[in-house]
Ligand binder design. Structure first.
Ligand code: HEC
Ligand code: HEC
Length: 446
């Protein structure tokens, strides 16, 4: 049953509650960062046209975290760091168009999911929550709300330091054997001396303590480093009254917002928050969109393998709740136009195809899905038949019938792409718009 996405009003209400949760999380994970700084974009100085990141030096722990984030010696291959997949030059997303990256001891083991961007979401992702309806009546009256929050596509980590452990030991990523393995590598790293200065001379005496502090340092880096959330897009400048959208960008925004058209903004929120925070283009909620199966993933050679997101197999604690099967976290769309791979399984490689999928999923399913032995199109073919009902068919533009009119035509898609490109960081206002204002280059430190 599509109980989670029955009503937009419910979605909005929950989003407000989530904003409060995000504040609590930011306070928890970022004791050194003022809540205001963690929550809203950096202050705009009168001299700069675009909100350039304020250059506060990284704390000692964060500076160490940066070295760890970029250190390939912490992998079994000796050639893979966090930055290999989360590339600073690609908005901390993948540096290539691979559906999933290759890791492991010889860098030949393919992962099962596309690399998400780390931009913008790290200090704003609320902890995973799902307040379920208490009764069937509540469910029918839309009091139920979708699950939301947590890190990764299935929300299985509530803190960045816990999340960071996963790639270190994952067989298709950095593939270390155990904590002792990583602690030994840290003790041999060129920054081992600094590590002792910051965390104590005896830190390497306990492998668990060393690993824990290393992960806390990575978390500090992810939260403090301004280039994770620079707010230097044209859209940010537009929100600050410092840039104008072109007719095409503006038309794209209207199509993106319109509840009877794209309806994109109901999940990819583009409104300024009550506290003035610029929008992140996600509500952090989980939805099943029924993205087609991706034959480029090696895991999919097994016809019985399905990545069902929230209900497993990567996440294990919610496997018994079948209403969770197929649900993935809504990603931010900031810098999405720079990506070469889209959705959790990396099925699409251009923004245009990703958008065409949304508006033609139901009107022309034969374009997207495989056929069974009898030649019938298998809609939602990347989920087991028993849970295909979880896929959203109630939110526009996902409500149409085969042969019907898609919500957008080719020109509409062009305009929405033009709008989404305004979310790319590093916007340089043209002199005619910026007038005499000076623009500082956006910080893009590695
Ligand atoms: C081999 C590629 C690869 C490497 C190396 C890698 N990651 Fe990731 N990262 C991913 C993928 C894929 C996901 C999504 C995982 C999932 O949904 O299960 C992800 C997800 C994340 C997320 C969650 C983002 C969100 O919005 O939910 C964070 C944070 C993160 N990685 C940080 C790190 C850190 C820190 C390191 C180094 C210790 C690292 N990653 C190393 C591929 C990688
Ligand atoms: C009901 C909520 C919802 C609506 C409405 C919605 N999205 Fe999404 N969006 C999601 C979720 C959830 C995902 C991830 C799904 C997955 O990977 O399985 C996603 C993923 C995407 C991605 C891929 C981003 C990436 O980094 O891989 C793009 C692009 C996107 N949406 C654009 C749009 C556009 C444009 C619209 C309007 C036509 C729209 N979305 C409407 C929830 C929604």
């Amino acid at each position: 049953m599509t109980v989670f996405h029955a009503c937009l009003a419910a979605r909005r209400a929950v989003t407000t509650a989530l904003a409060a949760g995000a504040t609590a999380l930011a306070a928890f994970v970022a004791p050194g960062i003022g809540a205001a700084q963690a929550q809203s974009h950096p202050a705009v100085s009168p001299a700069s046209a675009v909100a350039a990141p304020v250059a506060t030096p990284l704390s000692d722990a964060a500076a160490l975290g940066k070295l760890i984030f970029n250190d390939p010696s912490l992998s079994a291959s000796g050639r893979m760091s966090c930055a290999s997949c989360h590339s600073a030059a690609h908005a901390y997303g993948p540096p290539n168009g691979l559906a999933a990256q290759f890791g492991g001891p010889d860098l030949r083991t393919q992962g099962t999911r596309a690399v998400p961007t780390l931009g913008y979401v790290l200090n704003r992702t609320p902890v995973w929550t799902h307040v379920q309806a208490a009764s069937v009546f509540e469910r029918l009256t839309d009091a139920d709300s979708p699950p939301a929050g947590g890190f990764t596509w299935d929300g299985r980590f509530n803190s960045l330091h816990d999340q960071a452990l996963f790639p270190l030991f994952s067989a298709n990523e950095m593939a270390n054997r155990d904590p002792a393995d990583v602690a030994a590598k840290l003790a041999r790293a060129p920054y081992a001396g600094r590590f002792k200065q910051v965390f104590g001379e005896t830190i390497f005496a306990s492998k668990d303590a060393a690993l824990r502090q290393a992960m806390m340092a990575v978390e500090r880096y992810e939260l403090e480093e301004p280039s994770f959330h620079p707010y230097t897009s044209k859209f940010d400048a537009y929100l600050d009254g410092k840039a104008e959208l072109t007719a095409s960008e503006m038309r794209g925004k209207r199509l993106f917002d319109d509840p009877n058209s794209g309806n994109c903004a109901s999940c990819h929120i583009d409104q300024v928050g009550a506290n003035g925070a610029h929008p992140l283009f996600t509500d952090f909620q989980f939805e099943a969109l029924g993205v087609p199966r991706n034959p480029a993933l090696r895991a999919n050679r097994d016809p019985n393998y399905y990545d069902e997101g929230l209900c497993g197999p990567v996440r294990t604690d919610k496997a018994s709740n079948k209403t969770y099967c197929g649900l993935f976290k809504t990603p931010t769309l900031r810098n999405a136009a720079t990506r070469q791979v889209f959705f959790h399984n990396g099925r699409f490689h251009t923004l245009r195809d990703a958008l065409r999928f949304y508006v033609e999923r139901d009107t022309a399913p034969q374009k997207w899905y495989s056929k069974d032995a009898r030649g019938h199109v298998v809609k939602f073919d990347d989920l087991p038949a028993a849970v295909r009902d979880n896929v959203d068919t109630v939110d526009e533009p996902l409500t149409r019938k085969a042969g019907g009119k898609p919500a957008w035509n080719a020109r509409d898609i062009d305009d929405v792409i033009a709008f989404l490109k305004t979310l790319d960081d590093g916007y340089q206002p043209r002199p005619s718009v910026a007038g005499v204002m000076k623009v500082s280059a956006p910080a893009r430190r590695p």
